[in-house]
Design a binder for this molecule. Structure first.
Ligand code: HEM
Ligand code: HEM
Length: 168
């Protein structure tokens, strides 16, 4: 990922994975408590609170990363007209996740809170698809560019030699 420290991509992938896993761990409680579904397993009380706290904290970290992606990665990709659709979908879904998380936190009305929680969970699961699409497409194009540069480098070699000859 151009313009970012070498650890950034790994940190982004780990953070997104953590928010997804902790969200999936919270999901059975959401279905049992908010929809009265009878499920064989859900997180017990204390573990639920800990997981929800970890989930919210990692969610905030994802948002700081989205901010840094906005200032360089998204704008550069947008200007070059590359992977706009998948990138914009991923960005928009992340914003909707943050918005629905605020609704999960603060809506007092039970019905609205249920809608917010299910919307949040649905968007969270849905995000996997466009993100995987964007990630793999982005990775492929990065490798393609890298190999084009390598081929370009070989073509450049004679002119560098030429330049060297001129200087000698
Ligand atoms: C308007 C929105 C976006 C655009 C136009 C865009 C564009 C691009 C482009 C052109 C690439 C190819 C490689 C590169 O230039 O780094 C790429 C790769 C990638 N993008 Fe985006 N992107 C957007 C949003 C996002 C968002 C929101 C995320 C994550 C939350 C993201 C994560 C990635 C990842 C993980 C890669 C693969 C990088 C790699 O393997 O080196 N992008 N994107
Ligand atoms: C960047 C993305 C995300 C942010 C900022 C975020 C934030 C939050 C916050 C603040 C809560 C409230 C915690 C609590 O109950 O005390 C929450 C709850 C939850 N989140 Fe996320 N989340 C994100 C992604 C996800 C994903 C990817 C999933 C699903 C796979 C998910 C599933 C859930 C579930 C099931 C709950 C419990 C809802 C309820 O109270 O019934 N979240 N999230």
């Amino acid at each position: 990922m151009k313009g970012y420290p070498s650890w950034f991509l790994r940190a982004l992938l780990c953070t997104l994975l953590l928010v997804l896993v902790s969200g999936c761990l919270l999901a059975p409680t959401t279905l049992v408590m908010r929809m009265d579904l009878a499920l064989p397993w859900r997180l017990p009380g204390d573990a639920r609170v800990l997981t929800a706290a970890a989930h919210a904290a990692v969610g905030f970290a994802v948002m700081t990363m989205l901010g840094s992606l906005w200032s360089v990665h998204m704008r550069a990709g947008w200007r070059r007209r590359r992977h706009r659709v998948s990138g914009a979908i991923v960005g928009a879904l992340l914003v909707l996740l943050a918005a629905s998380a605020v609704a999960v936190y603060y809506l007092g009305d039970e019905r609205l809170a249920l809608i917010a929680a299910l919307t949040h969970l649905g968007i969270g699961l849905l995000l996997v698809l466009p993100f995987t699409w964007h990630w793999l497409a982005g990775r492929r194009s990065r490798h393609r560019h890298a190999s084009l540069h390598a081929v370009g480098g070989q073509h450049d070699a004679p002119s560098r030699r030429h330049a060297g000859g001129r200087g000698a």
